[in-house]
Every structure is written in C-alpha cells, then in structure tokens.
Design a protein around this ligand. Structure first.
Ligand SMILES: [Zn+2]
Ligand SMILES: [Zn+2]
Length: 353
C-alpha cells in the first residue's frame, strides 16, 4: 500500500477524503471485531508478540502493527463517498462534495485559521450531481464562513441544477437541505464550464472531458509544470479500451477511475460480497479490467481505482488489488507496454506527483 510517496519534489498533491461509491458505507461493528480477531491471530501465528517492550509499550505495539499487519486488518479504505483535495503551487481544488468533504472541511479549517483571509481561496469542481457526489456539500464547515472564497464549476446542467436546488425559493433545499446558497456564504460563484475552454490559474490548467454516465458526468485533468492528474469517476466504457478517455489522459502521472466492479460482476456471472449475481451493464460504471486497459492505452504511470462498491469488504478490496496487479504484469509482458502502478486509494491517503 502506497501510504505516502512524498519526496518534497512535487507539483501536485492529491489527498483522498472519500473513495466509496454510491452510498456511504461505514464499517459495521462486527467487521471491527473481526479485524481485531484477525490482527491478534496474525501476530500470534507470526510469533511477533515477543517484540513487545513493556517499558515502551505503545511505541513497540505501534511498530508491530505497522510492520506485521495487512492494511485490511489494521485499517480501512473508508466509507465516505467521493471527495478529492488537490493542491498545486497555484490553487486548492476540491473535486466532488460526497460525504468525505466533512473531513476535508475540518482539516481546511485548521490550515486556514493560520493564514490571511484574502488567501483563503479554492475551486470546487463537480463531476456530476448524483447524491454520492453532492450530499456532503452542506456539511462542509468552510463553506459557511464569508471570509473564505470558493468558485464552483461544473457542466452547464450541473451549474443550473445547483443554483435551482440551493436557490432562495427552492422547495427541495428548504425541505431536504435547510442551508441555501445565501447561507453558504463562501461559495461566491457557480460557473458553467465552456466547451474547449480550460481554466487557467497561474501554471495550473484544468480541462474537462464528457464521460458516459446516466445524466452525464465530467472528467477533469489538472496539469501543473509538466505533471498531470486525471479524475475520471462514474464512467461506463462502451468498449474494453476507451480510446477517447485514454487520449484525454495521455501520459498522465495518475488517473483515478471507477473501481466498482470486476468484469465477472459487471456481466452478472458473480455477486459482490454476499450479494447475488446481477448484471450491471448500463449502470454507469466500468469493470476494473477495462479501466486497466484504458490506463495502459493512456500510458498512465499510476491507476487509482476508487468509487468502491459499498458492499465490498476491506479484505476483498485487498485481494482484488493483488489480482489486478498480477493481471497488469501479465498484460504488460504480452503487450510490451509500461505497467501502471495500481492502487485503491483509502481515505487520508496523500499522493504526490
Ligand atoms: Zn458516483
Ligand atoms: Zn454517478
């Protein structure tokens, strides 16, 4: 698991706050208990308990946990829905306002309490307005402080819908979401993105690309000083390799895509978790094996698979990661192409480009 690849030589810092798909999926109490049981069994079977130093109890146990337990036992990929923070030299960007945005806002409050009001600026990019990408917006503390300043961007449809949804006279906002735009004082502007017009802020350029998803969705590419990160979640590829998306993401340092289904689950040959097999064609997400083919076609250095199915356990996710890594190595050998690094980003993961 790539916990932190920082070497102080980066132009784009990506931090994941929500990578679960469709609906927030907190750990069940029985899952937490099972993690404790699995951890103790692993440590006893491995003979690691002898490493505990009673005079430095906490630090020696922390080292043992760090060194000897798999990620799925000692931690979790997280259950919050889509929210990614991106920092470049020029700007702070947050993509999507799923439930992960609450923790983003808490972290930002701490950071921004130490800087001048006129420096507290950011951009919000919406991929689309499905609930799992929208529901956290009223729960972000930073959006209520008039001293903060955010400009929000999305497709023409997203911008119009947001203004209507959160408008002064919106029945939806007043019954479902008491906060309306006049109270969310930090969001200063909602602007529809124009076709073929990138957003340029200093050395940072943001471009968008239309994805295939019910109701539509946008992918975003953030480029800064020769580095690039692509966020392309909620996309159902129409072909095994999506050449259009691969061209948009050409030579990206990292591309984030849906990791919701395996091909066998997408086709309805197997179920997810304890669920029955169900055909998922037309649901707006691509099988992971096809995401991998597109990442190869894009010559991306790193493939991040998020939007995990809410019924998927941490251990299943870890097992799928091992399968995909092996699959990628085989593809790389047979196609003689560079093999992208594959990871399933967990909440709080920092990735530096
Ligand atoms: Zn979604
Ligand atoms: Zn969606």
């Amino acid at each position: 698991m790539n916990e932190d690849n920082s070497n102080n030589d980066w132009n784009i810092h990506v931090k994941y706050w929500g990578t679960s798909g469709s609906i927030s999926s907190p750990l069940k109490p029985s899952c937490v208990t099972q993690k404790v049981i699995d951890s103790i069994c692993t440590l006893i079977k491995g003979g690691h308990l002898k490493d505990i130093d009673p005079s430095n109890l906490e630090s020696s146990v922390a080292k043992m946990v760090h060194d000897h337990l798999p990620f799925s036992s000692k931690s979790t990929f997280g259950g919050n829905t889509s929210c990614v923070e991106i920092n470049t030299d020029d700007c702070l960007i947050v993509i999507d306002c799923g439930t992960g945005i609450m923790n983003f806002g808490n972290s930002l409050e701490l950071k921004w309490s130490a800087i001048q009001k006129d420096e507290r600026k950011g951009l919000i990019l919406f991929s689309h307005m499905h609930y799992d990408h929208l529901f956290g917006l009223p729960m972000c503390q930073s959006f209520y402080d008039a001293n903060n300043s955010f400009d929000l961007y999305g497709s023409e449809k997203v911008a119009a819908n947001l203004i209507e949804f959160f408008g002064q006279n919106s029945d939806m906002a007043n019954s479902l979401y008491p906060p309306i735009l006049s109270k969310i004082k930090a969001i200063k502007k909602i602007t529809p993105l124009e076709e073929n017009y990138p957003l340029v802020i200093g050395a940072t350029t943001i471009t968008h690309f239309a994805l295939n998803h019910p109701g539509g969705a946008n992918a975003y590419k953030i480029e800064c000083k020769g580095k690039s990160y692509v966020y392309a979640s909620d996309h159902e590829q129409l072909t095994e390799t999506d050449t259009g998306l691969a061209n948009f993401a050409k030579n990206a340092d990292a591309i984030y895509m849906d990791g919701q289904y395996l091909l066998s689950e997408y086709l309805g040959h197997s179920g997810i978790g304890s669920g029955l097999p169900t055909k998922r064609i037309g649901w707006g997400h691509s099988p992971m094996e096809w995401c991998l083919l597109t990442a190869f076609a894009a010559n991306a250095k790193s493939l991040h698979l998020g939007h995990r199915d809410p019924n998927r356990s941490d251990i299943e996710t870890e097992n799928i990661l091992a399968y995909l890594k092996g699959h990628a190595v085989e593809l790389s050998k047979s196609n003689q192409q560079n093999c992208p690094e594959i990871l399933f980003p967990h909440e709080e993961l920092d990735f530096f480009i």
